[in-house]
Design a protein around this ligand. Structure first.
Ligand code: ADP
Length: 192
């Protein structure tokens, strides 16, 4: 199973991606998580990415493609993966196709979560509040100002991927406004 999760920030890619990862027993690869780990560890990638992430922009294609390429070459990703947060640009999508082609693989499907964008700001604020309630630190980019910019980055660079994958015949569009379990059930049904 080789899946890409597509959708704006706060759409539920991470939540659904994790469930699909357990269901299909393949790793969930989140470029957001990879980049946040790099920021925390203050690696060269992390240092280059931190300000961009906090501004709600997109980290450069070179950096992100490098991270994904390295991660996909690891043993546990050989049987499949759930990509969450990648690709986010047409160049990243083309690089992914090339990477998969070179190992004679292709994407099984691209799962697009359709959501009402006006509600995303609320969802992300809720996620930040839940972190605070747990005594954890919210993500530095889960604040209204950065979230607006993340939505703008999505509209500008990522939304076109829906057409890109539709044209490849790989797009599966799912109503992401239903409850979490129902969304999972809808995805599984669409994939079988
Ligand atoms: P969300 O999908 O909720 O916005 P992510 O955890 O996927 O959150 O990403 C957080 C941030 O990390 C993004 O706003 C962006 O700055 C950076 N990022 C993650 N994945 C990519 C990518 N594929 N290309 C460029 N930047 C990325």
């Amino acid at each position: 199973m080789r899946l890409v999760m597509l959708g704006p920030p706060g759409a539920g890619k991470g939540t659904q991606g994790q469930r699909l990862s357990e269901r299909f027993n393949v790793p969930q690869l989140s470029t957001g998580d990879m980049l946040r780990a790099a920021v925390k560890a203050a690696t060269p990638v992390g240092l280059a990415a931190k300000n961009v992430i906090d501004a709600g922009g997109l980290v450069s294609d070179d950096i992100v493609i490098g991270c994904v390429q390295e991660r996909l070459s690891q043993e546990d990703a050989k049987r499949g993966f759930i990509l969450d947060g990648f690709p986010r640009t047409i160049s990243q999508a083309a690089a992914l196709d090339e990477l998969l082609n070179s190992s004679q693989h292709r994407l099984t499907a691209v799962v697009e979560l359709l959501v009402d964008e006006e509600l995303l700001l609320d969802r992300v604020q809720k996620r930040a509040q839940e972190a605070l309630d747990r005594g954890a630190t919210p993500r530095s980019d889960d604040n209204p100002e950065t979230m607006r910019q993340r939505l703008a980055s999505y509209a500008e660079s990522t939304a076109v991927l829906s057409n890109f994958y539709y044209n490849q015949g790989r797009l599966v569009s799912i109503d992401g406004m239903r409850d979490v379990d129902q969304v999972t059930a809808d995805i599984l049904e669409a994939l079988t």
